[in-house]
Design a protein around this ligand. Structure first.
Ligand code: HEM
Length: 320
């Protein structure tokens, strides 16, 4: 009897739901009757997912390279998923802010700790051969990586650090975008010629990135933080979690990533050209890029020492 009453009440609720949108409940119940049971493999589109690893050569390790990039892009999507909720949040609740940043950091932790799959998980000889079939593609063309940056901070903080002082929020988004650090990294200093990798990326993504940058002008995560009431802004847990996010995105992940470039492309003294065509030894080190999402939460000393772990590791190993 109790069960019958429960079902009756569920039907009444359904009737209300469909009536409100001018729909006929009975037709929907027919649909329910004919629908197949859901399976795990259909729900997560497993067949599609597992059909997306398509090597361009016969070297077995190329599949590892493809899969790990795909895994990383999914983690980037998870990070963006949390960033978007922070950006849309109107509540200004401290606990919400901290929780979102905590999740973002847990994704970065997974990415950083798994990067060994790239550094020691492939044969160098195979890598150096199959990479030639991928030219001029490069992780440099990861649009989600760039979106994470634009959601995190204001565009003036992404300007190449040698010119950052000359730009501010008074510049247009287009001006800031034109001087963003990664464009400089993929542009020949003397000729001013952009690499093909960069040209392709700009052609495909410029309108989208500019649109997001405009949307984020007054609602990126740094902006949201600065707009919090002072009592929240001074919260030590929040500040600490933002620092971890900044370090994860701009020092710890880049350092692991750079480790892979050194393993495969570094060669005592000389180095092998990267598929994206940057001068990667000068471009990739975090202490040279000096990208900092949340500058006001640091002391001058902290910003001066940004990414210095790498400099110490290379030049002063005994200090480690
Ligand atoms: C063996 C593994 C890898 C090597 C040797 C490598 C090498 C490089 C190099 C040399 C660059 C500089 C751009 C260029 O000239 O191509 C670069 C950029 C980049 N790569 Fe990788 N990479 C590896 C794996 C990955 C993975 C798994 C991802 C994940 C998506 C990734 C994402 C990126 C990103 C986002 C950039 C741009 C970084 C920035 O602008 O600071 N890379 N990579």
């Amino acid at each position: 009897m109790e069960e019958e009453e429960r079902i009756q009440s569920q039907i009444e609720k359904l009737e209300d739901k469909y009536k409100d949108s001018g729909q006929d409940l009975s037709s929907y119940l027919d649909g329910l009757l004919y629908q197949r049971y859901l399976t795990y493999w259909d729900y997560i589109h497993l067949d599609t997912l597992l059909s997306l690893q398509v090597p361009r050569t016969h070297f077995p390790d190329e599949e590892i390279f493809i899969m790990y990039h795909q895994i990383t892009e999914l983690y980037f999507k998870l990070i963006l998923h949390e960033q978007k909720q922070l950006v849309d949040d109107k509540s200004q609740k401290l606990s919400f802010f901290i929780e979102k940043v905590r999740r973002i950091n847990s994704y970065y932790t997974a990415l950083i700790s798994s990067f060994g799959i790239m550094i020691t998980g492939m044969e160098r000889e195979q890598f150096l051969q199959y990479r030639m079939a991928l030219l001029p593609a490069s992780g440099f063309q990861s649009a989600q990586y760039r979106m994470i940056e634009i959601y995190a901070t204001a565009m003036e903080h992404l300007v190449h650090h040698t010119q950052r002082d000359a730009f501010s929020s008074k510049n247009t988004i287009e001006e800031l975008y034109e001087n963003i650090y990664w464009k400089k990294g993929a542009t020949d200093v003397t000729s001013g010629e952009k690499t093909l990798t960069l040209k392709q990326f700009e052609y495909r993504y410029t309108p989208r990135l500019i649109r997001i940058a405009r949307q984020m002008e007054d609602s990126n995560i740094y902006h949201k933080y600065l707009a919090l009431p002072k009592i929240h802004r001074d919260n030590q847990e929040l500040i600490a979690s933002l620092k971890v996010m900044d370090l994860n995105a701009n020092v710890n992940w880049p350092l692991m990533h750079m480790g892979s470039a050194h393993r495969y492309l570094g060669n005592e003294g000389s180095s092998i050209g990267a598929t994206g065509g940057t001068n990667w030894k000068e471009y990739l080190p975090p202490s040279f890029q000096k990208v900092i999402f949340f500058p006001k939460i640091y002391s001058k000393q902290e910003t001066n020492d940004w990414g210095k772990q790498w400099v110490d590791h290379i030049f002063n190993p005994e200090k480690q």
